[in-house]
Design a protein around this ligand. Structure first.
Ligand code: ZN
Length: 253
């Protein structure tokens, strides 16, 4: 079941070290990691702040911004401004970006490599995609703070795996394949569903009418004018698919 927990300020941190900071607008993509073993977030944070293979004398805190467990709980571990150095100092899949400053790290608890292949639970996968689509403004989710909605300037399509940054087994062959095989989300097809949509669209083309949601004679007259101005349309003042298509084209869709 999807849950969202703001764990910032509650996890083990280094006694003196602090993460370097960035601006949220610097973030150009998200990166999927796995923990390589099923672990509690507190234990992973403890490991990261103790002397380890990443930081000889311990890192500032948990090296990820979000942590997702197998039950679908998302833990918010670091301010988006914290540069968590999750990708190491290698290359990046986006030109003119830096692997850490310009990417936000999301870790899935579990080992998704071929040596321990248990499959990615649906709840965890759903939580990952739900979080990512909320952060990028694709779909809002009621359990995630609205302050995080559309907070990233990057596209929903800009989701990568750690393996896209350096030769690493992270995030395991299952999540790596998932990241590699996701194809771009096509922009949602726009359509005019309500009377308001039609009135706003007509206004956008300069047929200044009152947007009140009521399809009265003035709205109809505006549509007739639009149909007249756009050759090939039947001039009948009816909200049909051809007029809709012509309006959307005129609006740039
Ligand atoms: Zn990783």
């Amino acid at each position: 079941m999807f849950r969202f927990v703001d764990s910032r300020g509650t996890l083990p941190t280094h006694e003196s070290k602090r993460f370097k900071r960035r601006e949220v607008k610097d973030i150009k993509g998200g990166v999927i990691h796995h923990t390589a073993s099923e672990s509690y977030i507190e234990n992973v944070a403890k490991y990261h702040v103790s002397p380890n293979h990443v930081c000889k004398d311990g890192c500032a805190g948990l090296l990820y911004t979000f942590f997702i467990d197998k039950s679908g709980t998302v833990y918010w571990a670091n301010d988006l401004e914290n540069i968590t150095h999750s990708q190491g100092g290698h290359s990046t899949p986006i030109p003119k970006t830096q692997p850490n400053k310009n990417f936000l790290a999301i870790v899935c608890s579990g080992n998704y490599g071929s040596e321990s292949n248990t499959g990615v639970p649906m709840a965890q996968l759903l939580a990952l995609l739900t979080l990512w689509s909320h952060l990028t403004g694709e779909t809002m989710h009621k359990y995630i703070p609205t302050s995080l909605y559309n907070v990233l300037g990057c596209s929903v399509n800009s989701l990568w795996g750690h393996h896209n940054f350096s030769p690493t087994k992270c995030p395991g062959n299952l999540l790596s394949a998932l990241a590699d095989n996701m194809t771009s989300l096509l922009p949602a097809k726009k359509f005019l569903s309500s009377v308001e949509d039609w009135q706003v669209a007509l206004n956008g083309q300069g047929y200044g009418i009152h947007v009140d949601g009521i399809w009265g004679p003035i709205s109809r007259a505006a549509l007739i004018l639009f149909q007249r101005d756009h050759g090939g349309l039947v001039v009948d003042g009816k909200r049909g698919p051809f007029s809709e298509g012509a309006l959307l084209t005129a609006m740039g869709y």
